[in-house]
Design a protein around this ligand. Structure first.
Ligand SMILES: C[C@H](O)[C@H](O)[C@H]1CNC2=NC(N)=NC(=O)C2=N1
Length: 96
């Protein structure tokens, strides 16, 4: 079971993500990022890879795809906010 990040842990974990294109979602305890790819196949291929990690970690993104763009929102529904799992999945997505 995940838990909300403490204030200190939160700053440490979120700062590098903010430096890498992630931002807070207005009005929610969630982070978001929009990825842009060369075309739909690249975008969907990336989603397929990310989906395997999401399933492996039982932690799933809110996301949508339009052609070559994927908009991702990460939050932990079970705890109503950002947990370490969101940061872990965000880092994985950035690395794929
Ligand atoms: C029952 C199941 O394990 C839970 O609903 C998992 C599934 N995937 C999840 N994904 C996300 N983003 N947050 C959760 O709290 C969550 N919980």
């Amino acid at each position: 079971m995940s838990e909300l990040l403490s204030d200190a842990a939160r700053d440490a974990v979120l700062e590098p993500l903010f430096a890498n294109g992630w931002a807070m979602v207005e009005g929610r305890d969630a982070i978001s990022k929009t990825y842009t790819f060369a075309n739909f196949v690249e975008a969907f291929g990336w989603m397929a890879k990310a989906a395997m990690w999401a399933e492996k970690w039982n932690h799933h993104p809110e996301w949508s795809n339009v052609y070559n763009r994927v908009e991702v929102v990460l939050t932990t529904h079970d705890v109503g906010g950002i947990s370490a799992l969101d940061a872990k999945l965000a880092r994985k997505m950035d690395g794929l």
